[in-house]
Each structure stands twice: as structure tokens, then as C-alpha cells.
Design a protein around this ligand. Structure first.
Ligand SMILES: [Zn+2]
Length: 171
């Protein structure tokens, strides 16, 4: 926000409140250079939804990014484009429902993983391995083993059963 008096680009927000109609936010600002005060109005529908990252940085929520991440995870998997679109819609609704106009990447990641888990194990694993950081690798491995033993992939089922038979006959 440029100072209307001296044109300097940095200011401090000293007060912000919603307008009576709740469709805009009025901010009282003070220029960091000349210290003069001015008021700005921002329409609420022009204020972006934000995503807070682990390191504290924030960025604008972009539907496109969610879609790209999901498309990568679901590549060559039997998940229809419509299903992927619905999941992106759900994520977007989750962000726009926030009264703070902000969600954390952790909250969004958990939501996506929760849905992918019931859609497709491979897509879930791909997404989770990108999303989760190295600290969680043991926890992730345990979860993975649990998943594989509970659901298993139909394609791998026969092989595993054959393997189990072999193990039995060996012992
Ligand atoms: Zn100024």
C-alpha cells in the first residue's frame, strides 16, 4: 500500500475493522517513513484466502495448485477426473468456510489424505510421501504397512497368498 502523502511503500496497520455491512474491511494505516496516517478499504471478496505453511510463511490459496498435486498423485490410477475435481471443490470449500480466511497446509493435507485413502491406496501413498516430511517417515511406514495388510491391492493379493503358502511349507 503506497502512502498517499509521500509514496513510500511500507506501512503499519494500526487498526482494522469490518464495515457495518460486513462487505469490506477498513484499515487505518501509518506510513513508516513520514508517519502520516491514512485509511484504506478492502472489499472482503477481494481479500485472498491464505494457506499458512509449516515455516510460518503464507501464500494465497490457489485451486490450481491443489489440482496439480492431486493430478500427480492420481496419475494412471483408476480415479476419474470428476472425482479429482470433486476433491478439489471440497478443499476449496474447506478453505473458504474458514472465518479466518486461512487454513494451514497441515489441515489441507490431512483432508486430502483422508479422502485419498478411501479412493485409492497408491494415490494416497504418492500424495502422503510428498506431503509428509522426513521426521514422520517411521510413522508413515507403520501406517503404510497397516494399510497394505488391511486393504491390500487386489492385483497383489494372489501373489501374496502364494508367498504365504510358500512360507508355510518352508516352516
Ligand atoms: Zn508517507
Amino acid at each position: 500500500m503506497k502512502c498517499p502523502f509521500c509514496g513510500f511503500g511500507q506501512d503499519r496497520v494500526i487498526d482494522s475493522r469490518e464495515s457495518r455491512e460486513a462487505d469490506s474491511i477498513r484499515r487505518r494505516r501509518e506510513c513508516e517513513k513520514c508517519n502520516r496516517r491514512f485509511t484504506t478499504y478492502e472489499r472482503i471478496d477481494e481479500i485472498p484466502y491464505m494457506v499458512a505453511k509449516k515455516d510460518g510463511r503464507r501464500e494465497k490459496f490457489e485451486r490450481r495448485k491443489v489440482l496439480d498435486g492431486l493430478m500427480r498423485a492420481c496419475q494412471k490410477r483408476p480415479i476419474s477426473t470428476i472425482k479429482v475435481g470433486q476433491l478439489v471443490d471440497e478443499v476449496e470449500a474447506f478453505v473458504t468456510e474458514s472465518s479466518e480466511r486461512e487454513r494451514t497446509t497441515a489441515e489441507i493435507g490431512e483432508l486430502i489424505m483422508d479422502r485419498l485413502k478411501s479412493l485409492d491406496t497408491v494415490a494416497y501413498i504418492r500424495f502422503a510421501s510428498v506431503y509428509r516430511d522426513f521426521k514422520d517417515v517411521r510413522e508413515f511406514k507403520e501406517e503404510l504397512e497397516q494399510l497394505l495388510s488391511h486393504h491390500g491391492e487386489k492385483r497383489a493379493k494372489g501373489e501374496r497368498e502364494a508367498g504365504e503358502k510358500r512360507t508355510k511349507s518352508q516352516s
